[in-house]
Design a protein around this ligand. Structure first.
Ligand code: IPE
Ligand code: IPE
Ligand code: MG
Length: 256
């Protein structure tokens, strides 16, 4: 992957729109519609997933060109283990291939890769590759790419609760200290700001167990585009839509 600003068009002037709104720092994407894309072409499902991997590269370029600092991609949910063994094998093999072959390019482009999810459910070889890419890219600062793999929001909250209970029992923290900020530190996403914008492709309008805690005040944009068709223009348009939104966080506009 080479990030070509010429091809995608760097958009520095878009940092503020006419309402002086700030570009989203953290964009999260539910990459959906691979199977429908393949079915519409009479192709096997795996062809849709393969094409979806190409969209990932375009999306990373678009994120960098839009000055996105954190990009989270939902690639495999905790519920996706329920798919047929063949599809799970296809998806994990593709993931393994992507991680292995894109590691050097991502590193060269200054991308820091972070994985969230129950990585221990993957086979040891893939787990090792996931650790390796995180280690290789950990000092990069151009973009933090967070891959949600075997990820589920409910499971994430449950593991946080269990760890907090253990720490309270041990006396490492007091029950009174448990607040929203402390709770966030026990999630897979600790040290990552909540997503400003969540995009879902393929016309489905649901979160499917994605970032349930973190999405409390995210702006949601649902696109009809199927993930394998996703281009820089879709990303740019979603950012433009986001810039038209008014984020109030429950308060009155203009009152802090
Ligand atoms: C998204 O594509 C990829 C994953 C969930 C892993 P799908 O395989 O869900 O495609 P559709 O939504 O059935 O078209
Ligand atoms: C959500 O898509 C998970 C990912 C995109 C990785 P699904 O296709 O699994 O979600 P549902 O089943 O339509 O809700
Ligand atoms: Mg789907």
């Amino acid at each position: 992957m080479t990030v070509s600003t010429a091809r995608c068009g760097a958009r520095p002037k878009q940092l503020f729109n006419h309402n002086t709104k700030i570009l989203p720092q953290h964009v999260a994407i539910i990459m959906d519609g691979n199977s429908r894309w393949a079915r519409a072409r009479g192709l096997p499902r795996i062809a849709g997933h393969k094409e979806g991997a190409q969209s990932v590269k375009r999306c990373i370029e678009a994120a960098i060109n839009n000055q996105t600092k954190w990009l989270t991609l939902y690639a495999f949910s905790s519920e996706n283990w329920r798919r047929t063994p063949q599809e799970v094998l296809d998806l994990t093999s593709l993931l393994s291939y992507y991680i292995k072959y894109e590691a050097r390019n991502l590193h060269k482009e200054g991308v820091c890769v972070r994985i969230i999810g129950e990585i221990c459910r993957f086979e040891p070889k893939l787990q090792k590759e996931l650790h390796r890419i995180q280690e290789l890219t950990k000092s990069n600062t151009r973009l933090v790419l967070i891959l949600a793999l075997s990820y589920g929001g409910r499971g994430e909250v449950i593991q946080a609760v269990k760890q907090i209970v253990q720490d309270v029992k041990k006396g490492a923290i007091s029950l009174d200290a448990v607040d929203e900020s402390l709770f966030s530190n026990y999630l897979f996403t600790h040290n990552i700001p909540d997503p400003d914008l969540i995009i879902r492709t393929s016309g489905e309008c649901r979160l499917s167990n994605f970032l349930l805690w973190q999405s409390a005040y995210s702006e949601l944009i649902f696109l009809e585009t199927l993930w394998p068709d996703f281009k820089a223009q879709d990303y740019n348009e979603a950012i433009d839509m986001y810039l038209q939104r008014e984020r109030r966080f429950g308060a009155r506009p203009g009152i802090k």
